[in-house]
Design a protein around this ligand. Structure first.
Ligand code: PLP
Length: 397
């Protein structure tokens, strides 16, 4: 079975974990990781956090947002962000995405902008850069803050400028399948030093705990071994089936959520992150090559690929295609699975957020994309032969 993602973990991580457990937090290693990220972002201020979600919560508070403030959020993003933001007391307003780039645009944001809007959150979905120039002009005109969610998009560039350097503040995620993996964690990036003081205050109250990261490490190893084992196919065929999929997806997401406690990013993660940083260019180039190969073999009259501006650089977080309709997407998924290609559970952590608004909001495109999207196991760990046979299977359908 070809897994839907390639994780950048090695068995040597076990020794790094042991070192962390025995010696405890090595602050200098975390600082070295933050410095590495800061250098990438032209010496911007960088603070690591326990997760990307936590980075978002802290970043919004750093921007001065208080409960009751209105935030514009993409209608297509990680669904769990909506209850999280609502729990913080913010009024969440959704902006629909573009049908071709899957990203918010200045136009879709303008449609929902009000006098109460305090912040616009943009997500560079699957590592495809949002068209930032117009959005920044709009925000400047109205004196609204912009938070860039770069959870999928570390190392992407829009108009030759790194994604993450456009907004007032940005966040990263270091989950296992993200462009820079480090057994989870996140970071806040900002060129404005005034914005970092709140984040520093929060961090000052946190501790580098051993149990949560050990649990995360064990869970990751178990999951990876399972994905590689011959057991994966028979077990997944039950868990991903119509009958169990909804329950399993809920459990799977919940499980991932809970392993991010409010503790510090650890030196174990920083050490892994520093190592993976050295590999990113190769990984990005290989992902790019595989995507081009897929596109050159795919019948583009039948399927749509996510569009991006020529000249922009994507992080290539995930390879997705859009099918004609939801029924076709389900059938194709089942066919790929049967042939040994894992295309994930449900829409795999990307949601049309309409469902959080109980009928009061209906997106034009986000829902359509959620229903019709297929995540393909095409990444730097996929052979050219597999890319071609996936394209062939899709074309035959
Ligand atoms: C778009 C988006 N934003 C934020 C996050 C949160 O990152 P984390 O999983 O590190 O909390 C994710 C996670 O997948 C995401 O997909």
């Amino acid at each position: 079975m070809l897994a839907r993602r390639k994780m950048y973990y090695s068995f040597l991580d076990f020794f790094k974990m042991m070192k962390y457990l025995l010696l405890g937090q090595q602050t200098l290693v975390v600082q070295a990781f933050e410095k590495k990220i800061s250098e990438y972002f032209n010496e911007a201020n960088v603070i690591t956090t326990a997760s990307g979600r936590e980075a978002i919560v802290i970043a919004l508070k750093s921007l001065g947002l208080v409960p009751g403030d209105e935030i514009i959020v993409p209608a297509l993003t990680l669904g769990e962000l909506i209850p999280l933001l609502k729990k913080e007391g913010y009024t969440v307003v959704l902006a629909d995405v573009d049908e071709y780039t899957f990203n918010v645009t200045a136009k879709s944001i303008s449609k929902v902008l009000t006098l109460q809007t305090k912040c616009i959150m943009v997500t560079h979905l699957f590592g495809v850069p949002v068209e930032m120039t117009e959005i920044m002009n709009l925000a400047k005109d109205k004196n609204i803050k912009v938070l860039e969610d770069c959870a999928h998009a570390m190392f992407a560039q829009a108009n030759k400028k790194a994604v993450g350097l456009w907004g007032d503040i940005s966040i990263l995620s270091f989950e296992g399948n993200k462009p820079l993996p480090a057994y989870g964690g996140g970071a806040i990036i900002t060129t404005n030093p005034d914005l970092i003081s709140y984040a520093n205050k929060v961090l000052g109250k946190q501790y580098a705990l051993k149990f949560p990261i050990l649990k995360k490490y064990i869970m990751t190893v178990v999951e990876e071994l399972f994905l590689m084992s011959p057991l994966f196919k028979p077990v997944a065929s039950v868990l991903f089936s119509e009958k169990f999929q909804v329950t399993f997806e809920k459990y799977y997401r919940g499980m991932n959520d809970k392993v991010r406690p409010k503790s510090r990013f650890t030196s174990f993660q920083a050490e892994v992150g520093l190592e993976n940083f050295e590999r990113y260019k190769k990984k990005q180039n290989e992902n790019h090559d595989k995507k081009l190969l897929l596109e050159s073999h795919l019948d583009l009259k039948k399927y749509r690929v996510q569009k991006y501006n020529s000249g922009d650089i994507c992080s290539f977080y995930n390879t997705t295609i859009l099918c004609d309709d939801a029924v076709a997407a389900k059938k194709i998924k089942a066919k790929l699975f049967k042939e040994g290609y894992d295309s994930g559970i449900g829409s795999e952590v990307i949601d049309s957020c309409d469902k959080y608004f109980e009928g009061t909001y209906q997106s034009q495109y986000a829902k359509q994309i959620e229903d019709r999207i297929l995540l393909l196991p095409i990444h730097d760990g996929t052979s050219n032969r597999d890319v071609k046979s996936i394209a062939k299977l899709l074309n035959e359908f």
